[in-house]
Design a protein around this ligand. Structure first.
Ligand code: FES
Length: 566
């Protein structure tokens, strides 16, 4: 039930944020018309207001304007745990800054129009902002920039894991820069034009009149309304802060629980905290690779005492526990929120990468983080026979050339060959790129490996002859999906790698390439996203631990692969 509520809240936040973002974008485009003239801005604002002031659009916009900041305040109250990322803090802080900065503008335009039927068009607003009160003009410029950055961060977090994001990401980035730049430039040019217009008595006689800008008395009423709204908003923030403080005090005073750890350590936390949060509060190193999202199992603990105070596992937690074959009393520390005192024993040593980002333990250079990654497994065929029939130095020479050919193709395609196991290579694509680009890179690497190995075979055929192992044959397996990427290993032997389904499936596909006498087997999802046309034949393959069969593309000759030109 909890995750369903969370999902609903998240969707509401995205939907309301999108409505506001569309409104802000239309406002920016309106500003951009200032690059032509204030008259052009007036025409644009006419179209903009005729849409946004229509009853349905007004209802949707007002609902979004109430819901989105409301959810921000709620998040400010509800978020308890101590693992806020810098991005989350910035996003919330920027979002909470916008309402007080934008209020005076809304009161002076929309509310004034509604209450007193005034009309504050671009000419009047620009005169107010840039002639009478330039500091206010600067403030509005700042709030526009803040609102835009806040919206772009939100969109990025929402869209970044979409398959198509890598393809359209550069276009979106261009728009994210171009739209506000054009708007600010238009705003600036409008401010220059209004200086001249405002100095003209004829313009003022027509536009700076009480029927347009309102009377002094009306201005005084609006000022009081603005003060009231401002006080109300800061009052709400104060209430949230007070509510957080009261909750923490009550929970610690009346309803805390104690979590005991091996070695006699104990941490007292408010009711509602998870065991992992208790570890963080007590600065007890506790593995948590997924950051407490219930997706990695590294935080698992043996509950030694106090099981009665822990609710039974949710479906999601039960699925993870079943997958790792957890014994009786083993639970995920990030998912259990004891109502009574408990004693637990963390089961995964918290060292290096496994300690995760939020325990305060040593952070690794990169990750661990869960992200989309494409994994490639390459293996040399008949290497055992070659080793048996060739001089050891010849074998080392050939394997070295083979690994070099593979490594170059992977590097040139944009991937990283990060593990060499004798005559096998494990490579990752998408460490620095989005999903679609990762798929393209992996397929380009398959083609590159084919070409490099064929060139190598041609070069070796003369000096080494057609003895076992030459020409060199190989098999490749490629699959992509969500995996935890980060460093694992010991001291200087740490490697950056990916753990999860993509690695297991890629390894299985590499083995299938041998069964099907092919040079590569690529999962269909990677194939489609990579845009390599209709080469190869389609098959389905059974995968251990998966329901249904996996669609794959079987490539007989890797060197023949070509990008789809359509
Ligand atoms: S931290 Fe990953 S499952 Fe608990």
């Amino acid at each position: 039930m909890r995750w369903r509520l969370w999902l609903g809240e998240r969707r509401l936040r995205i939907a309301s944020g999108l409505v506001i973002f569309v409104y802000v974008t239309s406002h920016f485009l309106n500003h951009a018309a200032g690059n032509i003239s204030i008259a052009a801005m007036e025409v644009a604002v006419h179209w903009q207001t005729s849409f946004w002031q229509s009853p349905p659009a007004t209802a949707v916009l007002y609902a979004a304007v109430l819901v989105h900041p409301g959810l921000g305040l709620w998040a400010f109250y509800a978020r308890r745990h101590h693992g806020w990322t810098a991005g989350e803090i910035w996003q919330l802080a920027l979002g909470l800054t916008i309402p007080p900065l934008i209020m005076s503008h809304i009161v002076g335009t929309r509310l004034s129009q509604t209450m007193f039927e005034t009309w504050n068009g671009y000419g009047q607003v620009l005169a107010r902002l840039w002639v009478l009160d330039p500091a206010h003009g600067v403030q509005q410029t700042v709030v526009l920039a803040i609102a835009w950055v806040h919206g772009c961060i939100g969109l990025y977090y929402w869209l970044r894991l979409q398959r198509w994001f890598a393809a359209v990401g550069p276009v979106l980035l261009g728009l994210a820069v171009a739209v506000p730049l054009l708007a600010l430039l238009g705003f600036y040019r409008g401010s220059v034009e209004i200086q001249g217009l405002f100095a003209d008595p004829a313009w003022r006689a027509e536009n700076w009149v009480e029927g347009e800008i309102g009377t002094a008395a009306q201005g005084a009423v609006l000022y009081q309304v603005w003060l009231g709204l401002l006080a109300g908003y800061f009052g709400l923030i104060g209430l949230v802060l007070a509510a957080r403080g009261v909750r923490t005090w009550r929970e610690q005073r009346f309803a805390g629980v104690t979590v005991r750890y091996p070695g006699g350590r104990r941490v007292r936390v408010p009711l509602g905290y998870s065991v992992l949060e208790a570890s963080r509060v007590g600065r007890i190193a506790h593995a948590s690779v997924c950051g407490g999202r219930g997706r990695c199992s590294t935080c698992r603990v043996q509950v030694v005492a106090g099981e009665d105070g822990i609710a039974s596992a949710s479906a999601a937690e039960a699925a993870v526990l079943e997958r790792i074959g957890a014994g009786v009393g083993v639970r995920l520390a990030c998912q259990i929120r004891p109502r009574l005192n408990v004693t637990v024993v963390p089961l995964v040593p918290a060292q290096g990468a496994a300690a995760g980002r939020a325990t305060g333990a040593r952070r690794v250079a990169r990750g661990p983080e869960e992200r989309f990654i494409v994994v490639m497994v390459v293996d040399m065929r008949n290497s055992t026979a070659m080793a048996e029939n060739r001089m050891p130095f010849d074998t080392v020479f050939i394997v070295d050339r083979f690994v070099d050919a593979i490594g170059r193709a992977i590097r040139d395609a944009g991937g990283r060959a990060n593990q060499f196991t004798g005559d096998g290579v494990f490579a990752l694509f998408g460490i620095e790129a989005g999903a679609a680009e990762a798929c393209r890179q992996a397929l380009a690497a398959v083609a590159g490996i084919g070409r490099n190995v064929e060139a190598m075979n041609a070069a070796l055929s003369d000096p080494l002859g057609a003895a076992p192992g030459v020409p060199v044959r190989f098999g490749i397996g490629v699959h992509g999906g969500m995996a935890v990427v980060g460093e694992i290993g010991f001291e200087a032997s740490r490697i950056f790698t990916a753990l999860g389904d993509p690695a297991n499936v890629a390894s299985r596909l590499e083995k299938l390439s041998k069964t099907w006498a092919a040079e590569a087997v690529v999962s269909e999802a990677v194939w489609q996203a990579g845009g390599f046309g209709e080469d190869g034949r389609r098959e389905t393959a059974e995968m251990a631990g998966r329901q249904g069969r996996l669609e794959v593309r079987v490539i007989a000759r890797a060197a023949g692969l070509e990008r789809d030109r359509n």
